[in-house]
Design a binder for this molecule. Structure first.
Ligand SMILES: *Cc1c(COP(=O)(O)O)cnc(C)c1O
Length: 682
């Protein structure tokens, strides 16, 4: 094979998204085009190529990466006897060039699918072909977020239209309302994992139905329920049309739970009694719930449900009332809405939240579904999220880690491996931290030129650099640190011990409160004392995420507890020597040990209420706790230096975080837990 053939082949499997050496090859091929295309290898391949293809060193590197890929694809599975699993999720965060995600849920699903491939699991994933994805962020002159929807061209990505045996595109029919919608699919290869993305946006469908799969979390309930019918029912029909017979179905969050209704229909069609059919479906389904807010679960008015499911009802021998009962806590209550999570819980043999605390909150929330059981026996467990280390570890960080740790990334879910960092000297660790911070600042200085939101960074490569990047849902309280503007200003404007804070994130287009938060941060970034030190990076993506989680010294996370189900972004920083400064919510109560980062606010105790009458007071208390931690602990630890100019206390904490956190909060550990607790039959 020629060098070019190898690059072509590599580009067709998203394995390159978690191999930084592969990504570096495409960047070298055509740096400008690569960058302008959100780092899309196929765009770099389509561009006029420099002489680099003739460079023998480049050719050797391509050979090496290609061999690594072949070895990856050919190696034996790491775990045996895992049932063939089909994983469903509304969104997937795979790479910045594919806008198929809005935030943590999608990134988690992408990381799960990648780790399943690393383990060699028999695993297929199903999602939506979100041609217009989640929106692209820009701003008007007042710092008010605007949204545009660039259209994804499948020809420019490693997407192939799924075809049947006859070579024609495979389509399945799905009843939506009283109509039939035609659904086809695009396939992405993620290592060993096939990801099928369902698509209604083609000419077999009438104009009304074409947008069903186009955008993520857009439109009202009328559109949402139809989109979810396509995902759940259409997804299973597609797998059947492909001849797949998964033994296990994993629904990640309620959006895809109509899948279980289609499984039920299949069993009834085979002639099973209703109770036998329910039992069979339940045996083959597992369910993951995330959101701790009752209103955050998709729920649909009974009339809307009846209308949207009318065609499906004609295909299944059950009444509307019976269908509705699967999504109701109290099936006899004709007023109760249909909740997707209730459906997911009722027709699954096992369910989980995504951190111990989130599991606890979920048990509280759904206790009424299990009236015969005490709270601690509500059958919702917990598997704490983890991050796909190969995806989230910066290229330069890999070199450092490879020097100090045995084995490669495939083994780094093993906590023992990380103790190798105990031998890294203070000086080496500090040089590592400083170089990653410098790399981030270089990136920021380039990125701000591409923004519509004006930013003039004046960042100091030696200064304590704090990061905050996530969706701008208001419960995450992005501007909390500015609660007392003068107290905050004293921290930023301090000439001896300055701090600098980098933000990124998108507010949902309908979330006025979230947009107001961004606008406020923008306004503050222009004020005296904050100018140049408070930066908002536009267009939060996995790329900006990778840069921030690798470059920042401190990762700030201050949600209203218990609303952060897990919060994976803080898990991404540990391998880079970053430290968490976080409310004890989501995963952090499990990660925090008193000397590997800091806590904001009190420990979680007793009943964790979602709606607190004293919320504003809690906000103020958490802000005070945040100031206290910064003033008394975080800033002194960073700036107290020894004779060599190193911060010994800080480096001790770094070493603690780096040895203790990456393995237990890795996606590989997470997927192995799913295999043990959920996928394998009891
Ligand atoms: C990791 C990640 C998230 C999740 O962040 P949280 O802290 O869990 O909210 C969201 N978006 C992107 C792009 C990410 O990489």
């Amino acid at each position: 094979m020629t060098t070019l053939d190898k690059l072509e082949t590599l580009s067709t499997n998203l394995w390159w998204t978690w191999n930084s050496e592969a990504r570096a090859l495409y960047r070298r091929l055509s740096p400008g085009v690569y960058q302008a295309s959100d780092n899309n290898p196929r765009a770099a391949l389509a561009a006029p190529k420099d002489e680099v293809l003739d460079d023998p060193d480049f050719q050797d590197e391509v050979d090496r990466v290609y061999d690594e890929f072949r070895t990856y694809m050919e190696r034996d599975p790491e775990v045996e006897d895992v049932p063939e699993t089909a994983y469903f999720c509304m969104e997937y965060g795979l790479h910045e060039s594919l806008s198929l995600y809005s935030g943590g849920l999608g990134v988690l699903a992408g990381d799960h699918a990648k780790a399943a491939s690393d383990l060699g699991l028999p695993f297929t994933a199903v999602g939506l072909f979100l041609r217009e994805g989640y929106f692209e962020q820009s701003f008007n002159a007042n710092g008010w977020q605007q949204s545009t929807y660039p259209v994804l061209d499948p020809a420019k990505h490693p997407l192939s239209l799924v075809t049947g045996r006859d070579g024609d595109p495979l389509t399945v029919e799905v009843p939506v309302g009283h109509d039939t919608v035609h659904v086809r699919a695009w396939k992405l290869n993620l290592g060993h994992t096939d990801l099928y993305l369902l698509d209604t946006d083609f000419d077999a469908n009438v104009e009304d139905h074409r947008p069903l799969t186009r955008r993520l979390y857009q439109g009202g309930d009328h559109e949402r329920i139809r989109q979810e019918i396509v995902l759940g029912i259409g997804g299973l029909r597609l797998l059947r049309a492909l001849g797949e017979e998964p033994e296990l179905f994993h629904s990640n969050e309620g959006h895809c739970a109509f899948l279980m209704m289609e499984l039920l229909r299949e069993q009834l069609e085979k002639g099973l009694s209703l109770s036998d059919a329910e039992e069979t479906v339940t045996e083959h389904c597992v369910f993951t719930t995330h959101t701790p807010v009752p209103a955050g679960h998709d729920h649909f008015a009974p009339d809307l449900f009846a209308e949207a499911m009318a065609g499906f009802e004609d295909e299944i021998d059950l009444s509307t009332h019976q269908l509705l009962s699967y999504g109701r806590v109290d099936p006899s209550d004709d007023e109760e809405e249909f909740t997707m999570t209730a459906l997911g819980l009722k027709l699954s043999r096992a369910a989980n939240g995504v951190s111990k605390l989130n599991g606890h909150v979920a048990r509280q929330q759904w206790t009424d579904l299990y009236p015969d059981r005490p709270l601690d026996e509500v059958p919702i467990g917990a598997i704490t999220n983890g991050v796909h280390l190969p995806t989230w570890t910066a290229g330069p960080a890999r070199d450092f880690l490879d020097q100090h740790l045995d084995g490669d990334f495939t083994e780094r879910h093993n906590p023992d491996i990380w103790t190798g960092l105990d031998d890294a000297s203070d000086e080496e660790l500090w040089r590592y931290r400083s170089s990653l911070r410098q790399r981030l600042i270089d990136f920021i200085e380039g990125h701000v030129h591409t923004q519509s939101l004006p930013m003039q960074p004046d960042l100091d490569p030696e200064a304590l650099t704090i990061g905050f990047a996530r969706r701008f849902a208001t419960y995450k309280r992005a501007p909390l640190i500015f609660t007392d503007l003068e107290r905050a200003r004293a921290l930023f404007a301090n000439e001896d011990r300055p701090i600098q804070l980098i933000y990124a994130g998108k507010a949902h287009p309908a979330d006025q409160g979230g947009k107001r938060f961004i606008q406020r941060i923008y306004e503050i970034s222009q004020m005296e004392g904050f100018e140049g030190k408070v930066i908002f990076l536009e267009g939060y993506s996995m790329e900006i995420g990778r840069m921030l989680v690798s470059g920042c010294d401190v990762w700030l996370n201050n949600p209203r507890r218990p609303l952060e189900a897990s919060g994976t972004s803080g898990q991404k920083i540990a391998a880079h020597g970053g430290l968490n400064l976080s409310v004890l919510d989501g995963w952090w109560p499990e990660g925090y040990n008193g000397h590997n980062g800091w806590a904001i606010g009190p420990e979680p105790t007793g009943e964790l209420k979602v709606d607190r009458p004293d919320q504003e007071e809690r906000d103020r208390e958490d802000a005070l706790s945040l100031y206290h931690q910064l003033e008394e602990n975080v800033i002194p630890a960073f700036y107290n230096r020894n004779d060599e100019g190193l911060p010994p206390e800080w480096i001790d904490m770094m070493r603690d975080a780096m040895t203790g956190l990456p393995a237990p909060f890795s996606a590989k550990r997470m997927v192995l837990d799913y295999v043990e607790d959920m996928y394998r039959p009891e």
